[in-house]
Design a protein around this ligand. Structure first.
Ligand SMILES: *Cc1c(COP(=O)(O)O)cnc(C)c1O
Length: 387
């Protein structure tokens, strides 16, 4: 079905940060399949994991023990300081698990009509519950009636959370992105997450981070919330976890980890040996090749270089980012930059109308970073001076 307005290009092959289309033209991929291919394309560790596991065992269902699921679950829980993991097949599904967990937790404590606090300009997925949680009318329009039980506040506004806490006694959790991705690479104040943590502790709410876009090294730490030191009770992952093999995860600690018990939730495919073997290969490679450190270093480099190239240009409102999650906000809608970049052999994205979004692979090296800055800065300068 025509659910996407596709660009007029089809890729045939990839290697590292590069893609080749069906005419043999080469492109620098500064989007990674929307924050998915952190290890780039055709990484040998991912290829080998898929091939080896396909020759051994792909699926048996969750009716039986799954050694690869236990391995990946243990590794993720250890890194995140969490106790348990539920595996799903996508980001939206991971968030569904988190939403169900928060509601069941509330009902078990006698709260009849639980609500979850969510932010304006957030994105949590396209299923009915996750689009209802999403703070974007375009995602919701036409799919009413929406799922009830979400209370919306502006992002990065602690006062609004305090007012909601006073007026809405049925709130049981906050679901929030540590940095908003689809919403325009919105980085909150340095103390925002810590203050949310304090409110959750005071009110007995669960703090749920949607790290589907920010997680798996993207921001220069394994999980973006590590920049703040404010730990979640529940955290969701997907995109970068499988490098393109579908997988999602909902992690929880403490009391929150004991909520979903036998019969309360499930998935036929979730946590299958193939997806989990690949997830493990991704995590091991991020660590063994020091790619999270590389994301931090190249991200700093790109921020400085884009500031030098574009900081003084009229029409550039802000250049911001953390690690390899960057946004260049212009003073006007700029969707036209995407096909212009494509012509120039560069894959970028525009989100929230006027923010150029960059999510390059975490393996990005210096010469490729330089090429990205040079090509994109030229395109943005031309775009801003042309009209
Ligand atoms: C992409 C994304 C989702 C949805 O993930 P899907 O795998 O497309 O369902 C949810 N939350 C955030 C923050 C995302 O970036």
């Amino acid at each position: 079905m025509a659910t996407y307005k596709r660009l007029p290009v089809t890729f045939e092959r990839g290697e590292g940060v590069w893609l080749w289309d069906t005419d043999g033209k080469r492109y620098l991929d500064a989007l990674s399949g929307i924050a998915v291919c952190g290890l780039g394309h055709a990484h040998p560790a991912v290829r080998d994991a898929i091939c080896a596991q396909a020759g051994q065992l792909i699926h048996t269902s969750n009716l039986y023990g799954i050694a690869e699921q236990e391995r990946l679950g243990t590794m993720l829980a250890e890194r995140a300081g969490m106790d348990r993991v539920f595996f799903a097949n996508s980001g939206a599904e991971a968030n569904e698990a988190a939403i169900k967990l928060a509601r069941l937790h509330a009902h078990r404590r006698g709260i009849e009509n639980p609500a979850i606090l969510v932010a304006e300009h957030s994105f949590h997925g396209r299923t009915l519950a996750t689009l209802s949680a999403t703070g974007n009318r375009k995602v919701q329009a036409g799919f009413e009636p929406l799922v009830q039980g979400f209370v919306r506040v502006p992002y990065d506004d602690i006062e609004a959370v305090e007012i909601a806490a006073t007026n809405r006694p049925n709130i049981v959790a906050i679901l929030i992105e540590p940095i908003q991705g689809e919403g325009g690479i919105n980085i909150p104040s340095p103390d925002y997450l810590a203050r949310l943590r304090a409110i959750c502790d005071r009110e007995g709410w669960l703090l749920i981070y949607d790290e589907i876009q920010t997680g798996m090294g993207r921001t220069g730490r394994l999980f973006a919330h590590e920049h703040s030191g404010a730990r979640p009770d529940v955290m969701t992952l997907a995109k970068g976890l499988g490098n393109g093999v579908p997988i999602g995860a909902c992690l929880a600690r403490g009391a929150a980890a004991e909520v979903l018990t036998a019969g309360t939730h499930g998935s036929t495919f979730g946590g299958n040996p193939l997806a989990c073997r690949v997830g493990r290969a991704v995590l091991e490679t991020l660590e063994s090749e020091a790619l999270i450190e590389n994301a931090a270093r190249q991200g700093d480099y790109l921020l400085t270089a884009f500031n030098e190239a574009l900081g003084q240009i009229k029409g550039v409102v802000s250049i911001r980012g953390r690690g390899l999650m960057l946004g260049i906000e212009l003073d006007r809608p700029c969707a036209e930059l995407v096909p212009a970049a494509l012509d120039a052999g560069l894959l970028i994205n525009v989100t929230a109308d006027r923010v150029v979004r960059l999510l390059p692979p975490l393996i990005l090296a210096q010469p490729e970073a330089d090429q990205l800055v040079q090509t994109l800065s030229g395109l943005i300068r031309d775009y801003l001076t042309d009209d």
